[in-house]
Design a protein around this ligand. Structure first.
Ligand code: TUI
Length: 307
């Protein structure tokens, strides 16, 4: 299947792996790229030199294209932006902010820049700034989210820009892929399904929670201070929501989530860890290799799109 995204990124299938903090490390990224999608290293809040090592490990594992997701609230974002250029990374996606200040440097180095946006206004601003494509991410997604749904956001972004649009949020199978194409997207980005990939280093306890999740098992925290984050409901989110209802200040809420994503991903703490996952977790039923996932999605989507 050819789209402007497969051409732009020189990948076989228009499937991009989400740049998930702690989760999107070199093993997952190289597996997705080897399977014909675009694997990403998620910088999250990690130190810059750690990201350089991750990039080098993906280069050793695959000669296929891969990218880095720069989470713009990372305190070392400036250094990571520069390392992306130094290491010759071909694709960068950004999240949780406006990547405007790095755009000129990346464009000059020939890096393909794909900001993740949650609104039409941001998509237009990114196109004006020279973005090669945008990921339009709906609030069905896990992690830090905006307020528009994928169903409403994607076609409005498609109408507002001429660069290709990648749909994200609530997509985990061939039906979601085909629906995204119907909305005008030219690729999809998936996170939640890849959390449970065989090659994903996420702790078994976390994977089991995603696999066991039902449709309404996620919770959005952080709305009170303007940084809504979606994750699976557990002891931590119940406590967080309770404190938010009581009007607790950010500093107090922050204590609950400091280091909590690491707790979930590395230690498998499903009680007090942050189990970031999207609303589509209810559809994710088993661990498979990245290649199996991508093959299954493409086969199902092609059948649907031919009908
Ligand atoms: O970034 C994500 N997902 C993330 S980032 C993350 S780390 C984090 N943890 C806790 C709180 C905040 C961040 C976990 N998951 N997705 C892409 C995304 N970007 N979603 C929403 C946005 C976004 C939000 C505001 C993009 C731009 C934006 O505009 C800000 C501005 O400057 O106008």
């Amino acid at each position: 299947m050819k789209t402007r995204i497969t051409e732009l990124l020189e990948i076989k299938y228009p499937i991009i792996q989400g740049g998930m903090a702690w989760v999107a490390e070199h093993n997952l990224a190289s597996a997705v790229s080897e399977a014909g999608g675009l694997g990403l290293i998620g910088a999250g809040g990690a130190p810059a030199e750690f990201i350089r090592e991750q990039i080098q490990k993906v280069k050793e594992a695959t000669d296929k294209p891969f990218g880095v997701n720069l989470m713009l609230m990372n305190p070392e974002a400036d250094d990571i932006a520069r390392i992306i250029v130094e290491e010759g990374v071909k694709v960068v996606t950004t999240g949780a902010g406006n990547p405007g200040k790095y755009m000129a440097m990346w464009k000059e180095a020939g890096v393909k820049v794909i900001p993740v946006v949650a609104s039409v206004a941001m998509a237009k601003m990114m196109e004006r700034g020279g973005a090669d494509a945008v990921v339009a991410e709906g609030m069905e997604s896990g992690g830090h989210i905006g307020s528009a749904t994928t169903m409403t956001l994607v076609p409005q972004v498609v109408d507002a820009v001429t660069i290709p649009v990648i749909a994200a949020g609530g997509i985990a199978d061939g039906r979601g892929f085909a629906a995204s194409i119907m909305l005008g997207a030219e690729a999809v980005q998936m996170g939640t399904r890849f959390v449970v990939a065989r090659e994903s280093i996420v702790h078994e306890n976390y994977k089991k929670k995603v696999i066991g999740a039902k449709d309404i098992d996620s919770e959005v925290t952080g709305t009170s201070h303007g940084h809504p984050v979606r994750q699976l409901r557990n002891n931590m989110t119940r406590e967080y929501v309770k404190l938010e209802k009581e009007g607790a200040p950010f500093e107090e809420l922050e204590k609950l989530t400091l280091g909590s994503l690491r707790k979930a991903v590395v230690e498998g703490d499903t009680v007090n860890g942050t189990l970031m996952a999207g609303q589509i977790a209810g559809l994710v039923k088993k661990e498979q290799t990245c290649a199996e996932m991508i093959q299954e999605i493409m086969a199902e989507a092609e059948k649907l799109l031919k009908r």
